[in-house]
Design a protein around this ligand. Structure first.
Ligand code: BV8
Ligand code: ZN
Length: 268
């Protein structure tokens, strides 16, 4: 049971103080982030992603291979509008604080994200400055990257952030190798995550002594099982989220606040 939903946030026995101490002494930390960490960048969280015209749909009804097979124009129109919106967004203070913290000890801090917005990657390259960041510090994108498209049939893929004309089946992007429809290179509901990446994530969770979960409703599996694996192997959980989640009861420290305000205080 998280000891402290009512303990003060700051001060010698405050939740922030205790979470900082746990992170400072941690041997290996697995960080799991969700849509909430990008909320302050202006990226609607997944539950909110269905706004405006999309209000009549549920993410689980559009982000599936069946939806794409049934109506590729509608699915591409949704992804094109999300890509367009994301082009206007940048990393926020939470992404930046997390990037600096990970670069501080890349061997013992692993970042896994459920987000497909690429903002962790941008924050890490910004924080690292010139040259390429150490590979172990790079965010692991469990659900792929919305700015990569791939063939719906063969193995072709490319980074592509250009607008997609979803007016008709003729204007949708096609694979240059085999001519099949191209699709966003994200993992849809009902699709398996990359096997190697998932195995690596589970191994990192098993070895981690602390899990820091930020901005995730912890509802989507198998990503949501990572904090549970850390707990099962005797690790501790710190959760940063304005709302309680299925993980909250098992958190050593729960900080109910926004990532943009909590992470710089927690990590810097
Ligand atoms: C799999 C990419 C099996 C796409 C995403 C029935 C039928 C079919 C499948 C299932 C089923 N029941 C269960 C499943 C499994 C399913 C699943 O878990 N479903 C859920 C809904 C129950 N999982 C899958 O289908 C996975 N694949 O199981 O395959 C398999 C195995 C072998 C072989 C074949 C098949 C694939 C799941 C990945 C789906 N793709 N994204 C795209 O983005 O377009 S998931 C998508 O939703 C996101 O990536 C993210 O992972 C998830 C949303 O979760 P969150 O990130 O947590 O976001 P959410 O909006 O929910 O919450 C935001 C949180 O932030 C909130 O708590 C809020 O309080 C907080 N917050 C808000 N503001 C802030 C904040 N926090 C901090 N600061 C703030 N400012
Ligand atoms: Zn192809």
């Amino acid at each position: 049971m998280s000891l402290d939903d009512h303990a003060p946030l700051r001060g010698p026995t405050g939740r922030l103080t205790r979470a900082r101490a746990i992170l400072r002494d941690a041997e290996r930390v697995l960080v799991l982030t969700g849509a909430g960490i990008s909320a302050e960048s202006g990226v609607p969280t997944f539950r909110e992603a269905m706004h405006g015209y999309w209000r009549q749909f549920r993410p689980e009804d559009l982000a599936t291979p069946e939806a794409f097979a049934r109506n590729p124009i509608q699915v591409w129109a949704w992804y094109d509008s999300r890509r367009a919106q994301l082009r206007e967004c940048g990393p926020n203070r939470a992404h930046d604080a997390l990037a600096r913290w990970i670069l501080g000890a890349p061997d013992s801090r692993r970042l896994y994200t459920q987000n497909v917005d690429g903002l962790h990657h941008r924050a890490l390259t910004d924080a690292h400055g010139s040259g390429t960041p150490p590979p172990e510090a790079l965010p692991r994108e469990l659900h792929g990257d919305i700015f990569v498209i791939r063939c719906s049939v063969c193995s072709w893929s490319e980074r592509n952030d250009a607008p997609v004309d979803a007016a008709s089946i003729e204007t949708l992007p096609r694979c240059p190798q085999c001519g099949a429809l191209a699709r966003p290179a994200v993992i849809w509901f009902g699709e398996a995550l990359d096997g190697e990446l998932l195995q690596q994530a589970m191994a990192d969770a098993d070895r981690a002594t602390v899990c820091l979960s930020v901005g995730t409703s912890a509802l989507v599996h198998p990503a949501a099982s990572l904090p549970r694996i850390v707990l099962a192997s005797g690790g501790e959980l710190i959760e940063v989220n304005p709302e309680p989640t299925p993980l909250s009861a098992d958190a050593s420290v729960r900080i109910s606040g926004s990532a943009g305000s909590v992470l710089p205080e927690l990590l810097d």
